[in-house]
Ligand binder design. Structure first.
Ligand SMILES: [Zn+2]
Length: 316
């Protein structure tokens, strides 16, 4: 089964400063260094992954976005400012994600199809946000994390890709991967879950998902591979705030040194593609099935399952 690899391109120092230290600083060049490092790791092993790029990073480093695209990957949107949607009004969300889409489209001269919300701040319990995403022109979303987390998560939502009919039109949802163990859902295979936990756990979990016929949607941040300490500290902040910032920073840096090796192992053990490539393969399977049904009944369809795009390509 071909799984999905997604990369959330954002600048850790700038977000850390704003969210933890209460200071606005320009987007740094660490995001360029870290993303290029990740691009080199993927070279030759993953022909195409989906890079959800923050609009502010695209404005600061347009050449980086062009380079990602030139190296064969799909560019999608991570919004403009990386403010969780639960803190924004519907009009503010629409403005943020429309601007990011326009910035990326102007840069590349091609349509941007997908969105990942900052901090996975989308759930089925707020259908107006999904409507807003479709309204802004996105055709797929990959923001819903189907588990009960303390910072994010939508516990009751499906664990496989599915279609959501919003009043603005259809939106395909690619949920982040979770494993169901003894009735509990656990997030697997990406970000901090890859960084903090042993690789063998992640490999076991993705294999289990694939055996169940579920495509894994894995996410990584370039900065998770960047071991250079953040240039900003909480000096001058009140002690409690400074402690909170230091704790957050330590948590964000934990496991970074081993991350590149884990990603290398991951892309060695599993095959990955972008969401766009996956969707195209699914469409080809669907076309094949539709044609097979119209030609000789439903029996031929049994061999065609989800995620088996390879080998069933049919150009009708
Ligand atoms: Zn993010």
């Amino acid at each position: 089964m071909i799984n999905i690899l997604t990369i959330d391109v954002e600048d850790y120092p700038a977000l850390y400063c704003r969210d933890m230290l209460g200071r606005e600083v320009p987007v740094s060049d660490r995001v360029v260094v870290a993303t290029r490092c990740l691009l080199d790791v993927l070279e030759g092993a993953v022909p195409s992954a989906t890079f959800f790029c923050l609009g502010s990073v695209a404005e600061a480093h347009p050449e980086l976005i062009r380079e990602i695209r030139r190296r064969g990957h799909e560019i999608a949107s991570h919004g403009m400012r990386h403010i969780p949607f639960r803190q924004l009004t519907r009009a503010e969300i629409r403005d943020d994600i429309s601007r990011a889409k326009a910035v990326l489209e102007d840069l590349l001269g091609e349509p941007i199809q997908g969105l990942r919300a900052p901090q996975f701040s989308v759930g089925l319990d707020r259908p107006e946000i999904l409507e807003c995403i479709r309204e802004a022109g996105y055709v797929y979303d990959s923001s819903i994390f189907p588990f009960a987390g303390w910072r994010y998560g939508s516990a009751e939502s499906p664990r496989r890709p599915y279609l959501i009919n919003t009043p603005s039109g259809p939106l395909v949802e690619y949920p982040l991967s979770t494993l169901s163990v003894f009735g509990r859902r656990l997030p697997v295979g990406g970000g901090g879950y890859l960084r903090h936990f042993p690789y063998c756990w992640n490999r076991w979990a993705i294999r289990k998902l694939n055996r169940e016929g579920t495509v894994a949607v894995v996410y990584v941040h370039p900065h998770e591979c960047d071991t250079v300490p953040c240039a900003y500290s909480g000096r001058g902040l009140a002690p409690a705030r400074r402690l909170r910032a230091a704790f957050y920073n330590a948590h964000q840096y934990h496991g970074r040194a081993g991350m590149v090796d884990k990603i290398r192992a991951l892309i060695g053990d599993f095959e990955f593609s972008s969401i766009a490539a996956h969707a195209e393969a699914q469409q080809q399977v669907l076309d094949y099935v539709t044609e097979a049904v119209s030609e000789s009944g439903t029996q031929q369809c049994a061999a065609v399952g989800p995620g088996t795009g390879k080998g069933h390509t049919h150009h009708g």
